[in-house]
Design a protein around this ligand. Sequence first.
Ligand code: NAD
Ligand code: WQD
Length: 344
Amino acid sequence: MTDRIVVAGGAGYIGSHVCVELLAVGKEVLVVDDFSNSSPEALARVEEIAGRKIALLEADLADAAQAEKINAAVAAFRPDGAVHLAGLKAVGESVAEPERYYRVNINAALALVRALDAAGARRIVFSSSATVYGEANPNPVREDAATAPANPYGRTKLFIEEILKDLARADPRWRACNLRYFNPVGAHPSGRIGEDPEGVPNNLFPFIAQTAVGRREKLRIFGKDYPTRDGTGVRDYIHVCDLARGHLAALDYLAGHEDAGAIDVNLGTGVGYSVLEAVEAFARASGRDIPYEFAPRRPGDVAEIYADPSRAARLFGWKAQKTLADMCADHWRWQRDNPDGYRR
Ligand code: NAD
Ligand code: WQD
């Protein structure tokens, strides 16, 4: 049974929820994070929710000068495996600064791999993304669909997936699971941890939530003439707590399957909702108006994408349980109780 887990990027939006789930089932956790896009306050709140302590190494995984410190801390922790969520994730930024995205994301992954290898813990669950899929795949998207990421961020995800596959080919002691997240939203039902984007949010849910709480004047809906049921884009939104449970399921699967190799697994609900449906559900959950206007399509957006989540069900016995109403209610509770995120 895997019970000592390194969580790289554990202070972030998804990582903090993964930590809560790991602690809840009695695992020991070492978070490695440089807080470049998160706050130590998130970890304090994780400990408060779980009633248990987290070990922390504040370090930049992508900085070679910190490798010795990282290797020593990981080895001293005696891990059984790791969840790797550390990296840069803004699509637009990756188009403008590709060198930084490749350097940080690839180097961070390699540094974690080296630390795990040295510690003899060759099991890793990686935060990949539905963004690795090409544009032209039929829905629901299966893991064997064509990959063709449309930007440098997505390519870092695909390259790291391939690196983990090569490791498993070269040395069967490596076991890896590339979790391809669809659209993570929502927050822990306690309202204590959630997504806290810096500046103007790029993603739909944080933008809706900040509009509902009065921090933004109105939402701009990108595109109203897509070939979808109401003309707006359709996505597979998944509650972050369901997503976090998926990481536990993946770790348990790897622990129980010596010959797992490196596998790709979608984490989604299998159901798509349109932007207008999401806005309506959020307005209902929050009791607030969400003013919006239509704007041109956002470059790079696809009309519709949702997962075939049956591999996760078959291999892990995992299924998303929470509804769109749950996602909105929990996202709203976090936003309402923490209008300025962790910064207050
Ligand atoms: P996040 O930015 O909230 O979390 C990432 C964490 O990693 C942050 O705490 C950040 O400080 C840390 N970090 C970044 N670079 C680091 C480095 N060099 N060394 C140490 N720590 C570092 O992002 P998130 O939304 O929680 O996403 C987690 C992972 O999941 C990311 O890899 C992201 O690409 C991936 N992902 C996210 C989404 C999404 O919509 N949120 C979708 C698919 C995949
Ligand atoms: C959802 C829908 C928009 C904002 C992105 C990344 C992807 C992954 C998840 C990491 C689309 C519409 C949005 C707004 C809008 N991240 N929208 N107004 O684009 O599916 O995926 O996050 O791996 O890589 O690309 O998510 O939340 O940005 O957009 O109308 O202000 O909402 O056009 O239809 P997306 P999103």
